[in-house]
Write a protein that binds this ligand. Structure first.
Ligand code: NI
Length: 651
Protein backbone atom coordinates (compact mmCIF):
# COMPACT_ATOMS: atom_id res chain seq x y z
CA UNK A 1 0.00 0.00 0.00
CA UNK A 2 2.44 2.63 -1.16
CA UNK A 3 0.01 5.49 -1.62
CA UNK A 4 -0.81 7.10 1.67
CA UNK A 5 -2.78 10.26 1.64
CA UNK A 6 -3.78 12.56 4.41
CA UNK A 7 -6.46 15.14 4.11
CA UNK A 8 -5.64 18.56 5.38
CA UNK A 9 -7.91 19.97 8.11
CA UNK A 10 -9.45 22.08 5.32
CA UNK A 11 -7.50 24.88 3.83
CA UNK A 12 -9.95 27.24 5.51
CA UNK A 13 -8.47 27.51 8.97
CA UNK A 14 -8.68 31.21 9.86
CA UNK A 15 -5.99 31.00 12.52
CA UNK A 16 -3.61 33.14 10.51
CA UNK A 17 -4.37 36.44 8.74
CA UNK A 18 -3.47 34.84 5.39
CA UNK A 19 -5.73 31.80 5.75
CA UNK A 20 -8.42 31.72 3.05
CA UNK A 21 -11.99 32.46 4.14
CA UNK A 22 -13.76 29.67 6.00
CA UNK A 23 -17.22 28.53 4.82
CA UNK A 24 -18.70 30.39 7.77
CA UNK A 25 -16.84 33.58 6.84
CA UNK A 26 -18.08 33.28 3.23
CA UNK A 27 -21.69 33.01 4.49
CA UNK A 28 -21.27 35.91 6.91
CA UNK A 29 -19.73 38.09 4.20
CA UNK A 30 -22.64 37.49 1.82
CA UNK A 31 -25.12 38.11 4.65
CA UNK A 32 -23.45 41.37 5.65
CA UNK A 33 -23.59 42.62 2.05
CA UNK A 34 -27.22 41.59 1.55
CA UNK A 35 -28.18 43.21 4.86
CA UNK A 36 -27.25 46.70 3.70
CA UNK A 37 -26.76 46.55 -0.08
CA UNK A 38 -29.15 43.93 -1.44
CA UNK A 39 -29.31 44.27 -5.22
CA UNK A 40 -32.53 42.28 -5.46
CA UNK A 41 -33.36 39.33 -7.68
CA UNK A 42 -30.59 40.05 -10.18
CA UNK A 43 -27.84 39.97 -7.57
CA UNK A 44 -24.86 37.73 -8.36
CA UNK A 45 -21.63 37.40 -6.41
CA UNK A 46 -18.64 37.31 -8.73
CA UNK A 47 -16.14 37.03 -5.88
CA UNK A 48 -16.07 36.58 -2.13
CA UNK A 49 -12.51 36.17 -1.00
CA UNK A 50 -10.03 37.14 1.67
CA UNK A 51 -8.90 40.73 1.44
CA UNK A 52 -5.31 39.99 2.28
CA UNK A 53 -4.06 42.21 5.08
CA UNK A 54 -1.29 44.77 4.85
CA UNK A 55 2.23 43.45 5.19
CA UNK A 56 2.55 45.19 8.56
CA UNK A 57 -0.36 43.14 9.92
CA UNK A 58 1.20 39.90 8.73
CA UNK A 59 4.59 40.79 10.14
CA UNK A 60 3.20 41.80 13.53
CA UNK A 61 0.93 38.77 13.83
CA UNK A 62 1.53 36.47 16.81
CA UNK A 63 -0.19 33.08 17.00
CA UNK A 64 -3.10 33.18 19.43
CA UNK A 65 -3.80 36.86 18.83
CA UNK A 66 -6.70 38.20 16.79
CA UNK A 67 -5.73 40.03 13.61
CA UNK A 68 -8.02 42.21 11.50
CA UNK A 69 -10.01 40.10 9.06
CA UNK A 70 -11.61 41.48 5.91
CA UNK A 71 -13.36 40.00 2.89
CA UNK A 72 -13.32 41.43 -0.63
CA UNK A 73 -16.57 41.20 -2.54
CA UNK A 74 -17.47 41.84 -6.15
CA UNK A 75 -21.22 41.67 -6.78
CA UNK A 76 -23.31 42.70 -9.74
CA UNK A 77 -26.89 43.15 -10.78
CA UNK A 78 -27.84 41.03 -13.79
CA UNK A 79 -30.83 43.21 -14.50
CA UNK A 80 -28.75 46.29 -15.30
CA UNK A 81 -25.10 45.17 -15.45
CA UNK A 82 -24.01 47.40 -12.55
CA UNK A 83 -20.89 46.15 -10.75
CA UNK A 84 -20.04 46.88 -7.12
CA UNK A 85 -17.09 46.20 -4.86
CA UNK A 86 -17.36 45.83 -1.11
CA UNK A 87 -15.05 45.33 1.82
CA UNK A 88 -16.56 43.49 4.77
CA UNK A 89 -15.05 43.69 8.24
CA UNK A 90 -15.45 40.13 9.49
CA UNK A 91 -14.72 41.07 13.08
CA UNK A 92 -17.83 43.26 13.04
CA UNK A 93 -19.88 41.55 10.27
CA UNK A 94 -20.22 44.94 8.63
CA UNK A 95 -19.71 46.42 5.17
CA UNK A 96 -17.03 49.08 5.59
CA UNK A 97 -16.70 50.02 1.93
CA UNK A 98 -19.18 49.82 -0.95
CA UNK A 99 -18.59 51.35 -4.33
CA UNK A 100 -19.98 51.25 -7.83
CA UNK A 101 -17.34 50.38 -10.46
CA UNK A 102 -18.49 51.87 -13.74
CA UNK A 103 -17.73 50.46 -17.17
CA UNK A 104 -16.46 47.02 -16.16
CA UNK A 105 -17.68 43.43 -16.59
CA UNK A 106 -17.39 40.68 -14.00
CA UNK A 107 -15.80 37.45 -15.11
CA UNK A 108 -17.68 34.56 -16.71
CA UNK A 109 -19.23 32.50 -13.91
CA UNK A 110 -19.81 28.76 -13.61
CA UNK A 111 -23.54 29.53 -14.01
CA UNK A 112 -22.82 31.12 -17.40
CA UNK A 113 -20.99 28.07 -18.71
CA UNK A 114 -24.10 25.85 -18.80
CA UNK A 115 -26.40 28.75 -19.64
CA UNK A 116 -24.57 29.51 -22.89
CA UNK A 117 -25.29 26.09 -24.45
CA UNK A 118 -28.92 26.07 -23.36
CA UNK A 119 -29.58 29.56 -24.70
CA UNK A 120 -27.83 28.88 -28.02
CA UNK A 121 -29.52 25.54 -28.65
CA UNK A 122 -32.95 27.06 -28.02
CA UNK A 123 -32.48 29.92 -30.49
CA UNK A 124 -34.21 29.57 -33.90
CA UNK A 125 -31.42 31.43 -35.76
CA UNK A 126 -28.84 29.11 -34.26
CA UNK A 127 -30.95 26.06 -35.14
CA UNK A 128 -31.40 27.34 -38.68
CA UNK A 129 -27.62 27.75 -39.05
CA UNK A 130 -27.17 24.17 -37.84
CA UNK A 131 -29.87 22.97 -40.25
CA UNK A 132 -27.96 24.61 -43.11
CA UNK A 133 -25.11 22.30 -42.08
CA UNK A 134 -27.41 19.28 -42.02
CA UNK A 135 -27.45 19.11 -38.22
CA UNK A 136 -30.89 18.61 -36.71
CA UNK A 137 -29.87 16.63 -33.65
CA UNK A 138 -29.48 19.76 -31.51
CA UNK A 139 -28.69 17.92 -28.27
CA UNK A 140 -25.47 16.60 -29.82
CA UNK A 141 -24.15 20.12 -30.38
CA UNK A 142 -21.47 21.18 -27.92
CA UNK A 143 -21.30 24.95 -27.42
CA UNK A 144 -18.10 26.27 -25.80
CA UNK A 145 -18.49 29.55 -23.89
CA UNK A 146 -15.55 31.75 -24.88
CA UNK A 147 -14.96 35.19 -23.52
CA UNK A 148 -16.02 37.78 -26.07
CA UNK A 149 -13.21 40.32 -25.92
CA UNK A 150 -13.96 43.83 -27.08
CA UNK A 151 -14.07 44.67 -30.78
CA UNK A 152 -16.07 47.88 -30.59
CA UNK A 153 -19.18 46.34 -32.22
CA UNK A 154 -22.08 48.73 -31.47
CA UNK A 155 -24.69 46.06 -30.64
CA UNK A 156 -22.31 44.48 -28.10
CA UNK A 157 -21.76 47.68 -26.13
CA UNK A 158 -22.78 47.61 -22.47
CA UNK A 159 -23.58 43.91 -22.36
CA UNK A 160 -21.91 40.99 -20.57
CA UNK A 161 -21.23 38.52 -23.37
CA UNK A 162 -19.94 35.15 -24.37
CA UNK A 163 -18.79 34.33 -27.89
CA UNK A 164 -19.18 30.67 -28.79
CA UNK A 165 -17.71 27.97 -31.00
CA UNK A 166 -19.48 24.69 -31.69
CA UNK A 167 -18.65 21.01 -32.00
CA UNK A 168 -20.61 17.87 -32.66
CA UNK A 169 -20.65 14.84 -30.37
CA UNK A 170 -21.72 11.52 -31.89
CA UNK A 171 -22.74 10.49 -28.39
CA UNK A 172 -22.41 11.82 -24.86
CA UNK A 173 -18.74 11.01 -24.23
CA UNK A 174 -17.50 11.52 -27.79
CA UNK A 175 -14.55 13.89 -28.30
CA UNK A 176 -16.37 16.78 -29.93
CA UNK A 177 -13.11 18.50 -30.87
CA UNK A 178 -12.77 15.91 -33.66
CA UNK A 179 -15.96 17.32 -35.21
CA UNK A 180 -15.79 21.14 -35.40
CA UNK A 181 -18.93 22.85 -36.71
CA UNK A 182 -17.07 25.46 -38.69
CA UNK A 183 -18.13 29.05 -39.20
CA UNK A 184 -20.91 29.13 -36.63
CA UNK A 185 -20.53 31.51 -33.71
CA UNK A 186 -23.26 32.79 -31.44
CA UNK A 187 -22.88 35.93 -29.36
CA UNK A 188 -24.76 35.36 -26.11
CA UNK A 189 -25.96 38.09 -23.76
CA UNK A 190 -25.31 36.39 -20.42
CA UNK A 191 -27.39 38.66 -18.24
CA UNK A 192 -30.46 38.61 -20.50
CA UNK A 193 -29.94 34.89 -21.23
CA UNK A 194 -30.51 35.41 -24.94
CA UNK A 195 -28.70 35.12 -28.24
CA UNK A 196 -27.69 38.61 -29.31
CA UNK A 197 -26.49 37.57 -32.75
CA UNK A 198 -25.60 34.50 -34.78
CA UNK A 199 -22.49 35.01 -36.89
CA UNK A 200 -22.46 32.51 -39.75
CA UNK A 201 -19.16 32.68 -41.61
CA UNK A 202 -20.11 29.85 -43.97
CA UNK A 203 -20.29 26.09 -43.61
CA UNK A 204 -17.60 23.46 -44.07
CA UNK A 205 -18.46 19.74 -43.96
CA UNK A 206 -18.26 18.52 -40.37
CA UNK A 207 -15.43 15.96 -40.18
CA UNK A 208 -16.87 12.81 -38.63
CA UNK A 209 -13.85 10.55 -37.98
CA UNK A 210 -13.96 9.48 -34.33
CA UNK A 211 -10.84 10.51 -32.44
CA UNK A 212 -11.46 9.33 -28.92
CA UNK A 213 -8.66 8.99 -26.42
CA UNK A 214 -10.51 7.91 -23.28
CA UNK A 215 -9.80 4.47 -21.84
CA UNK A 216 -13.46 3.51 -22.44
CA UNK A 217 -12.82 3.58 -26.19
CA UNK A 218 -9.58 1.61 -26.17
CA UNK A 219 -9.24 -2.13 -26.08
CA UNK A 220 -5.51 -2.47 -26.68
CA UNK A 221 -2.96 -1.16 -24.16
CA UNK A 222 0.77 -1.72 -24.07
CA UNK A 223 1.41 -4.60 -21.68
CA UNK A 224 4.90 -3.87 -20.34
CA UNK A 225 4.15 -1.10 -17.82
CA UNK A 226 5.12 -2.61 -14.48
CA UNK A 227 4.24 -1.02 -11.14
CA UNK A 228 6.51 1.82 -10.03
CA UNK A 229 5.79 2.33 -6.37
CA UNK A 230 6.90 5.20 -4.16
CA UNK A 231 7.50 4.04 -0.59
CA UNK A 232 8.02 6.47 2.28
CA UNK A 233 7.95 4.05 5.19
CA UNK A 234 8.83 6.76 7.72
CA UNK A 235 6.44 9.29 6.19
CA UNK A 236 7.29 12.40 4.21
CA UNK A 237 9.94 14.94 5.25
CA UNK A 238 7.49 17.82 5.26
CA UNK A 239 5.20 18.98 8.03
CA UNK A 240 1.99 20.95 7.73
CA UNK A 241 0.48 23.02 10.49
CA UNK A 242 -2.73 24.79 9.53
CA UNK A 243 -1.77 26.17 6.13
CA UNK A 244 1.94 26.47 6.86
CA UNK A 245 4.29 24.00 5.18
CA UNK A 246 7.83 23.29 6.36
CA UNK A 247 10.26 21.17 4.39
CA UNK A 248 14.07 21.05 4.21
CA UNK A 249 14.55 24.54 5.68
CA UNK A 250 11.81 25.98 3.47
CA UNK A 251 8.64 27.37 4.97
CA UNK A 252 5.67 29.00 3.32
CA UNK A 253 1.91 29.35 3.65
CA UNK A 254 -0.60 27.90 1.21
CA UNK A 255 -3.46 30.01 -0.06
CA UNK A 256 -6.10 29.55 -2.71
CA UNK A 257 -8.69 31.78 -4.33
CA UNK A 258 -11.22 31.68 -7.15
CA UNK A 259 -9.21 33.86 -9.48
CA UNK A 260 -5.54 32.91 -9.13
CA UNK A 261 -6.01 29.41 -7.71
CA UNK A 262 -2.91 28.35 -5.81
CA UNK A 263 -1.14 31.19 -3.95
CA UNK A 264 2.06 30.90 -1.92
CA UNK A 265 2.71 33.36 0.90
CA UNK A 266 5.71 34.32 3.03
CA UNK A 267 8.25 31.98 1.44
CA UNK A 268 11.39 31.83 3.58
CA UNK A 269 14.49 29.67 3.90
CA UNK A 270 15.82 28.82 7.33
CA UNK A 271 19.49 29.62 7.72
CA UNK A 272 21.24 29.17 11.06
CA UNK A 273 17.83 28.68 12.65
CA UNK A 274 16.54 32.01 11.31
CA UNK A 275 13.89 32.22 8.56
CA UNK A 276 15.18 34.46 5.79
CA UNK A 277 12.43 35.88 3.55
CA UNK A 278 12.63 35.27 -0.20
CA UNK A 279 9.12 36.04 -1.47
CA UNK A 280 6.22 37.74 0.24
CA UNK A 281 3.68 36.33 -2.23
CA UNK A 282 3.66 34.42 -5.50
CA UNK A 283 0.67 33.69 -7.74
CA UNK A 284 -0.30 33.50 -11.39
CA UNK A 285 -1.62 37.01 -12.01
CA UNK A 286 -2.99 36.49 -15.51
CA UNK A 287 -2.70 34.48 -18.67
CA UNK A 288 -3.84 34.86 -22.24
CA UNK A 289 -4.05 32.50 -25.20
CA UNK A 290 -3.87 34.54 -28.41
CA UNK A 291 -4.74 32.61 -31.60
CA UNK A 292 -3.31 33.59 -34.97
CA UNK A 293 -6.25 33.02 -37.36
CA UNK A 294 -7.69 36.29 -38.71
CA UNK A 295 -11.10 35.08 -39.96
CA UNK A 296 -14.27 33.13 -39.30
CA UNK A 297 -14.79 34.36 -35.76
CA UNK A 298 -11.41 32.89 -34.82
CA UNK A 299 -9.91 36.38 -34.52
CA UNK A 300 -11.83 36.61 -31.23
CA UNK A 301 -10.03 33.65 -29.69
CA UNK A 302 -7.81 34.96 -26.87
CA UNK A 303 -9.00 33.73 -23.50
CA UNK A 304 -7.69 35.33 -20.29
CA UNK A 305 -8.18 32.18 -18.25
CA UNK A 306 -7.25 33.73 -14.89
CA UNK A 307 -9.13 37.03 -15.05
CA UNK A 308 -12.02 36.10 -17.35
CA UNK A 309 -12.85 32.68 -15.88
CA UNK A 310 -10.86 32.16 -12.65
CA UNK A 311 -8.31 29.38 -12.71
CA UNK A 312 -9.18 28.59 -9.06
CA UNK A 313 -12.87 28.13 -9.82
CA UNK A 314 -11.91 25.59 -12.47
CA UNK A 315 -9.53 23.57 -10.26
CA UNK A 316 -9.89 19.78 -10.33
CA UNK A 317 -10.33 17.48 -7.36
CA UNK A 318 -7.11 15.52 -7.54
CA UNK A 319 -6.91 11.74 -7.28
CA UNK A 320 -4.33 9.69 -5.50
CA UNK A 321 -2.26 7.40 -7.71
CA UNK A 322 -3.37 9.30 -10.84
CA UNK A 323 -2.64 13.00 -10.45
CA UNK A 324 -0.24 12.50 -7.55
CA UNK A 325 1.96 9.63 -6.47
CA UNK A 326 3.49 8.82 -3.10
CA UNK A 327 2.72 10.14 0.34
CA UNK A 328 0.42 13.02 -0.39
CA UNK A 329 -1.04 15.81 1.66
CA UNK A 330 -4.13 17.28 0.04
CA UNK A 331 -5.68 20.63 0.75
CA UNK A 332 -9.34 21.31 0.08
CA UNK A 333 -10.44 24.71 -1.17
CA UNK A 334 -13.55 26.66 -0.22
CA UNK A 335 -15.01 29.10 -2.70
CA UNK A 336 -18.24 31.08 -2.96
CA UNK A 337 -20.91 30.47 -5.61
CA UNK A 338 -22.87 33.24 -7.32
CA UNK A 339 -25.45 33.26 -4.51
CA UNK A 340 -22.75 33.79 -1.90
CA UNK A 341 -22.92 30.24 -0.57
CA UNK A 342 -19.69 28.35 0.17
CA UNK A 343 -18.77 25.19 -1.70
CA UNK A 344 -15.77 22.91 -1.48
CA UNK A 345 -13.32 21.68 -4.11
CA UNK A 346 -12.01 18.58 -2.42
CA UNK A 347 -8.29 17.84 -2.77
CA UNK A 348 -7.71 20.94 -4.89
CA UNK A 349 -4.03 21.17 -3.93
CA UNK A 350 -1.50 18.37 -3.74
CA UNK A 351 1.68 18.46 -1.64
CA UNK A 352 4.30 15.74 -1.96
CA UNK A 353 7.99 14.94 -2.31
CA UNK A 354 9.73 13.54 -5.37
CA UNK A 355 13.12 12.02 -5.94
CA UNK A 356 14.96 14.42 -8.26
CA UNK A 357 18.08 12.62 -9.39
CA UNK A 358 21.43 13.77 -8.08
CA UNK A 359 21.88 16.92 -6.05
CA UNK A 360 25.65 17.07 -6.42
CA UNK A 361 28.50 14.67 -7.07
CA UNK A 362 32.24 14.47 -7.40
CA UNK A 363 34.66 11.65 -8.05
CA UNK A 364 38.19 12.44 -6.95
CA UNK A 365 40.24 11.88 -10.06
CA UNK A 366 43.28 10.72 -8.13
CA UNK A 367 41.84 8.68 -5.23
CA UNK A 368 38.66 7.46 -6.94
CA UNK A 369 36.63 8.48 -3.89
CA UNK A 370 33.07 9.38 -4.74
CA UNK A 371 30.75 11.73 -2.91
CA UNK A 372 27.20 11.99 -4.18
CA UNK A 373 23.96 13.25 -2.72
CA UNK A 374 20.51 12.47 -3.99
CA UNK A 375 18.16 15.38 -4.53
CA UNK A 376 14.55 15.51 -3.67
CA UNK A 377 12.09 18.27 -4.30
CA UNK A 378 8.88 19.39 -2.68
CA UNK A 379 6.01 19.76 -5.14
CA UNK A 380 2.88 21.77 -4.50
CA UNK A 381 0.43 21.76 -7.35
CA UNK A 382 -3.10 22.13 -8.65
CA UNK A 383 -4.69 21.41 -12.04
CA UNK A 384 -7.46 23.43 -13.68
CA UNK A 385 -9.66 22.55 -16.63
CA UNK A 386 -10.46 25.54 -18.82
CA UNK A 387 -12.72 24.29 -21.60
CA UNK A 388 -10.67 22.09 -23.90
CA UNK A 389 -7.41 22.64 -22.01
CA UNK A 390 -5.83 21.66 -18.71
CA UNK A 391 -3.30 23.81 -16.91
CA UNK A 392 -1.30 22.34 -14.03
CA UNK A 393 0.39 24.87 -11.76
CA UNK A 394 3.46 23.23 -10.22
CA UNK A 395 5.81 24.85 -7.70
CA UNK A 396 9.03 23.00 -6.88
CA UNK A 397 11.23 23.71 -3.87
CA UNK A 398 14.79 22.39 -3.91
CA UNK A 399 17.35 21.63 -1.21
CA UNK A 400 19.88 24.03 -2.74
CA UNK A 401 17.66 27.06 -2.11
CA UNK A 402 16.21 27.24 -5.61
CA UNK A 403 12.56 27.43 -6.61
CA UNK A 404 11.16 26.34 -9.92
CA UNK A 405 7.70 26.95 -11.37
CA UNK A 406 6.08 25.09 -14.21
CA UNK A 407 2.76 25.31 -15.98
CA UNK A 408 1.92 21.91 -17.42
CA UNK A 409 -0.38 22.29 -20.40
CA UNK A 410 -2.39 19.31 -21.56
CA UNK A 411 -5.94 18.55 -22.67
CA UNK A 412 -7.35 18.92 -26.16
CA UNK A 413 -6.34 21.27 -28.94
CA UNK A 414 -8.91 23.81 -30.00
CA UNK A 415 -9.87 22.78 -33.53
CA UNK A 416 -11.54 24.02 -36.68
CA UNK A 417 -12.68 22.36 -39.92
CA UNK A 418 -10.97 22.86 -43.24
CA UNK A 419 -12.29 22.12 -46.72
CA UNK A 420 -10.98 18.97 -48.37
CA UNK A 421 -7.81 19.64 -50.34
CA UNK A 422 -7.11 23.02 -48.73
CA UNK A 423 -3.78 23.64 -47.04
CA UNK A 424 -4.05 25.70 -43.86
CA UNK A 425 -2.13 28.97 -43.53
CA UNK A 426 -2.83 29.39 -39.82
CA UNK A 427 -2.75 25.90 -38.40
CA UNK A 428 -1.78 22.24 -38.57
CA UNK A 429 -3.98 19.40 -39.84
CA UNK A 430 -4.35 16.93 -36.96
CA UNK A 431 -7.09 14.68 -38.37
CA UNK A 432 -8.74 14.49 -41.81
CA UNK A 433 -10.62 17.78 -42.25
CA UNK A 434 -9.60 19.00 -38.79
CA UNK A 435 -6.90 21.53 -38.06
CA UNK A 436 -5.64 23.30 -34.95
CA UNK A 437 -4.71 26.97 -35.13
CA UNK A 438 -1.32 28.40 -34.24
CA UNK A 439 -1.49 30.06 -30.85
CA UNK A 440 0.44 30.95 -27.74
CA UNK A 441 -0.18 30.54 -24.05
CA UNK A 442 1.33 33.48 -22.20
CA UNK A 443 1.35 33.49 -18.41
CA UNK A 444 2.22 36.26 -16.02
CA UNK A 445 3.53 35.42 -12.57
CA UNK A 446 3.36 38.12 -9.90
CA UNK A 447 6.37 37.73 -7.64
CA UNK A 448 6.23 40.00 -4.61
CA UNK A 449 9.91 39.65 -3.80
CA UNK A 450 11.36 40.01 -0.32
CA UNK A 451 15.02 39.06 -0.50
CA UNK A 452 16.11 39.34 3.15
CA UNK A 453 13.37 41.93 3.64
CA UNK A 454 11.26 44.25 1.54
CA UNK A 455 13.99 46.68 0.42
CA UNK A 456 15.13 45.23 -2.90
CA UNK A 457 16.31 46.33 -6.34
CA UNK A 458 16.38 44.60 -9.72
CA UNK A 459 19.62 44.37 -11.66
CA UNK A 460 19.78 43.28 -15.30
CA UNK A 461 22.81 41.10 -15.96
CA UNK A 462 24.12 40.82 -19.54
CA UNK A 463 27.18 38.90 -20.61
CA UNK A 464 29.29 40.70 -23.21
CA UNK A 465 32.15 39.55 -25.39
CA UNK A 466 35.01 42.04 -25.31
CA UNK A 467 36.65 43.32 -28.47
CA UNK A 468 40.03 41.94 -29.35
CA UNK A 469 42.83 44.27 -28.39
CA UNK A 470 45.77 44.70 -26.06
CA UNK A 471 43.57 43.63 -23.07
CA UNK A 472 42.09 40.72 -25.00
CA UNK A 473 44.83 39.56 -27.33
CA UNK A 474 43.33 36.09 -27.98
CA UNK A 475 39.71 37.24 -28.37
CA UNK A 476 38.35 34.91 -25.71
CA UNK A 477 37.35 37.50 -23.11
CA UNK A 478 33.81 37.97 -21.89
CA UNK A 479 32.45 39.57 -18.77
CA UNK A 480 29.14 40.68 -17.25
CA UNK A 481 27.56 44.13 -17.28
CA UNK A 482 25.06 44.93 -14.60
CA UNK A 483 22.41 47.62 -14.98
CA UNK A 484 20.18 48.70 -12.11
CA UNK A 485 16.57 49.08 -13.26
CA UNK A 486 15.90 52.47 -11.72
CA UNK A 487 12.21 53.06 -12.41
CA UNK A 488 9.13 51.38 -13.82
CA UNK A 489 9.21 52.49 -17.46
CA UNK A 490 12.82 51.44 -17.88
CA UNK A 491 12.13 48.13 -16.15
CA UNK A 492 9.95 46.74 -18.96
CA UNK A 493 12.47 44.33 -20.39
CA UNK A 494 12.80 41.39 -22.73
CA UNK A 495 15.23 38.53 -22.77
CA UNK A 496 18.31 38.86 -24.95
CA UNK A 497 19.68 35.56 -26.16
CA UNK A 498 22.90 37.16 -27.38
CA UNK A 499 23.55 38.59 -23.92
CA UNK A 500 22.47 35.45 -21.97
CA UNK A 501 20.38 37.93 -19.98
CA UNK A 502 18.91 37.32 -16.57
CA UNK A 503 17.68 39.52 -13.74
CA UNK A 504 18.82 39.62 -10.13
CA UNK A 505 16.66 40.73 -7.25
CA UNK A 506 19.12 42.15 -4.75
CA UNK A 507 18.75 43.00 -1.08
CA UNK A 508 19.49 46.61 -0.12
CA UNK A 509 20.52 45.61 3.37
CA UNK A 510 21.84 42.06 3.70
CA UNK A 511 25.25 40.67 2.74
CA UNK A 512 26.62 37.14 2.69
CA UNK A 513 29.85 36.00 4.35
CA UNK A 514 31.83 37.16 1.32
CA UNK A 515 30.55 40.71 1.66
CA UNK A 516 28.28 40.40 -1.40
CA UNK A 517 24.70 41.67 -1.31
CA UNK A 518 22.31 38.76 -1.01
CA UNK A 519 20.23 38.08 -4.11
CA UNK A 520 18.11 35.68 -6.14
CA UNK A 521 18.13 35.54 -9.90
CA UNK A 522 15.08 35.18 -12.09
CA UNK A 523 15.99 32.78 -14.85
CA UNK A 524 13.58 33.16 -17.79
CA UNK A 525 13.28 29.56 -19.05
CA UNK A 526 10.31 29.98 -21.40
CA UNK A 527 10.27 33.43 -22.96
CA UNK A 528 7.86 33.86 -25.88
CA UNK A 529 7.95 36.68 -28.40
CA UNK A 530 4.68 38.46 -29.26
CA UNK A 531 3.21 38.01 -32.73
CA UNK A 532 -0.05 39.87 -32.11
CA UNK A 533 0.27 43.26 -33.83
CA UNK A 534 0.63 46.35 -31.63
CA UNK A 535 -2.80 47.62 -32.78
CA UNK A 536 -4.56 44.31 -32.14
CA UNK A 537 -7.09 44.27 -29.32
CA UNK A 538 -5.34 41.36 -27.66
CA UNK A 539 -2.00 43.17 -27.51
CA UNK A 540 -3.71 46.19 -25.97
CA UNK A 541 -5.65 44.15 -23.44
CA UNK A 542 -2.77 41.80 -22.63
CA UNK A 543 0.10 44.28 -22.76
CA UNK A 544 1.84 42.18 -20.12
CA UNK A 545 2.64 39.56 -22.77
CA UNK A 546 4.80 41.97 -24.75
CA UNK A 547 7.53 42.09 -22.07
CA UNK A 548 9.04 39.22 -20.13
CA UNK A 549 9.89 41.50 -17.23
CA UNK A 550 7.94 44.25 -15.53
CA UNK A 551 8.81 45.67 -12.14
CA UNK A 552 6.47 47.82 -10.05
CA UNK A 553 6.67 49.59 -6.73
CA UNK A 554 4.54 47.57 -4.32
CA UNK A 555 0.93 48.65 -3.95
CA UNK A 556 -1.54 46.49 -2.06
CA UNK A 557 -4.23 46.71 -4.75
CA UNK A 558 -2.02 46.14 -7.81
CA UNK A 559 -2.56 42.42 -8.22
CA UNK A 560 -3.45 41.45 -11.78
CA UNK A 561 -1.30 42.10 -14.84
CA UNK A 562 -4.26 42.98 -17.09
CA UNK A 563 -6.22 44.74 -14.35
CA UNK A 564 -9.03 43.65 -12.02
CA UNK A 565 -11.61 43.44 -14.86
CA UNK A 566 -10.07 42.07 -18.07
CA UNK A 567 -13.35 40.57 -19.30
CA UNK A 568 -14.36 42.65 -22.38
CA UNK A 569 -11.88 45.34 -21.33
CA UNK A 570 -10.71 47.85 -23.91
CA UNK A 571 -7.10 47.58 -22.76
CA UNK A 572 -4.55 49.64 -20.93
CA UNK A 573 -5.41 48.36 -17.46
CA UNK A 574 -3.00 46.76 -15.04
CA UNK A 575 0.73 46.95 -15.70
CA UNK A 576 0.69 49.65 -18.43
CA UNK A 577 -1.52 51.90 -16.28
CA UNK A 578 0.43 51.48 -13.05
CA UNK A 579 3.86 51.83 -14.62
CA UNK A 580 2.89 55.06 -16.41
CA UNK A 581 3.72 56.79 -13.11
CA UNK A 582 7.32 55.56 -13.55
CA UNK A 583 7.77 55.12 -9.81
CA UNK A 584 11.32 54.61 -8.52
CA UNK A 585 12.35 51.01 -7.89
CA UNK A 586 15.70 51.15 -6.13
CA UNK A 587 15.98 49.73 -2.61
CA UNK A 588 12.28 49.77 -1.99
CA UNK A 589 9.41 47.30 -1.79
CA UNK A 590 9.11 45.96 -5.35
CA UNK A 591 7.04 43.44 -7.26
CA UNK A 592 8.48 41.50 -10.19
CA UNK A 593 6.09 40.38 -12.93
CA UNK A 594 7.40 37.69 -15.24
CA UNK A 595 5.71 36.79 -18.52
CA UNK A 596 6.55 33.42 -20.05
CA UNK A 597 4.76 30.83 -22.06
CA UNK A 598 4.31 28.23 -24.72
CA UNK A 599 4.56 29.03 -28.39
CA UNK A 600 2.23 26.44 -29.79
CA UNK A 601 2.53 25.38 -33.39
CA UNK A 602 0.35 22.27 -33.00
CA UNK A 603 1.63 18.84 -33.98
CA UNK A 604 -0.38 15.78 -35.02
CA UNK A 605 1.01 14.22 -31.83
CA UNK A 606 -0.90 16.83 -29.79
CA UNK A 607 -4.18 15.20 -30.88
CA UNK A 608 -6.61 13.76 -29.84
CA UNK A 609 -5.22 14.56 -26.39
CA UNK A 610 -2.03 16.51 -25.89
CA UNK A 611 0.93 15.11 -23.94
CA UNK A 612 1.99 17.51 -21.18
CA UNK A 613 4.18 20.35 -22.38
CA UNK A 614 5.64 22.68 -19.79
CA UNK A 615 6.70 26.30 -19.49
CA UNK A 616 8.16 28.05 -16.49
CA UNK A 617 10.99 29.88 -14.81
CA UNK A 618 13.46 29.41 -11.97
CA UNK A 619 14.57 31.47 -9.01
CA UNK A 620 18.13 30.64 -7.99
CA UNK A 621 20.02 32.04 -5.01
CA UNK A 622 22.95 34.23 -6.09
CA UNK A 623 25.10 35.08 -3.09
CA UNK A 624 22.09 34.55 -0.87
CA UNK A 625 24.39 32.01 0.76
CA UNK A 626 28.18 32.02 1.04
CA UNK A 627 28.55 28.48 -0.26
CA UNK A 628 26.52 25.54 -1.55
CA UNK A 629 23.72 25.41 1.05
CA UNK A 630 23.15 21.70 0.44
CA UNK A 631 26.47 20.42 1.83
CA UNK A 632 24.62 19.22 4.92
CA UNK A 633 22.29 16.92 2.99
CA UNK A 634 23.28 13.48 4.23
CA UNK A 635 24.29 10.61 1.93
CA UNK A 636 21.38 8.27 1.15
CA UNK A 637 20.95 5.68 3.90
CA UNK A 638 21.85 2.77 1.66
CA UNK A 639 24.62 4.63 -0.02
CA UNK A 640 27.71 4.57 2.09
CA UNK A 641 28.25 1.73 -0.38
CA UNK A 642 27.30 3.77 -3.43
CA UNK A 643 30.07 6.19 -2.55
CA UNK A 644 32.55 3.54 -3.60
CA UNK A 645 30.54 0.95 -5.45
CA UNK A 646 29.99 1.74 -9.09
CA UNK A 647 27.15 -0.76 -9.49
CA UNK A 648 24.18 1.38 -8.48
CA UNK A 649 21.80 -1.04 -10.13
CA UNK A 650 21.19 -4.67 -9.45
CA UNK A 651 22.99 -7.13 -11.71
NI1 NI B 1 -1.67 25.17 -26.94
Amino acid sequence: MPDISTQSPLIAASDHPLDPLTPDEIRRTAAAVRATHDLGRGMMFETITLREPDKAVIEAFQPGTIAPREAFVCAFDRTNGQVFEATVDLRADRVIDWRHIPGVRPRILIDDITLVGEVARADPRFRAALARRGITNIDNVQVDPWSAGNYGLPDEEGRRLSHTFCWYRSEKNDNGYAHPIEGLCAVIDLDRAEVLRVDDYGAVDVPMADRNYAARYRTVFRDDVKPLEILQADGPSFSVEGNEVRWQKWRFRVGFNAREGLVLHTIAYEDDGRPRPVLHRAALSEMVVPYGHPGGGHFRKNAFDVGEYGIGVLANSLTLGCDCLGTIRYFDAWLADSKGDPYKIESAICLHEEDFGILWKHTDLFTGEVDVRRARRLVISSISTVGNYEYGLFWYFHQDGSIHFEVKATGILNTASIKAGEAPTYGTIVSPGVYAHYHQHVFNMRLDMAIDGERNRVVEVDTVALPEGPDNPYGNAFTVRETVLESELGAQRNVDFDAARFWKIVSADAHNGLGQPTAYKLLPLSPVPTFSGPRSMVAKRAAFMTRQLWVTAYHRDEMYAAGRYPNQSSGGDGLPAWTAADRPLVDTDIVVWHSFGLHHIPRPEDFPVQPVTAAGFALHPVGFFSENPALDVPPARSSMSCCLDRSDSAP
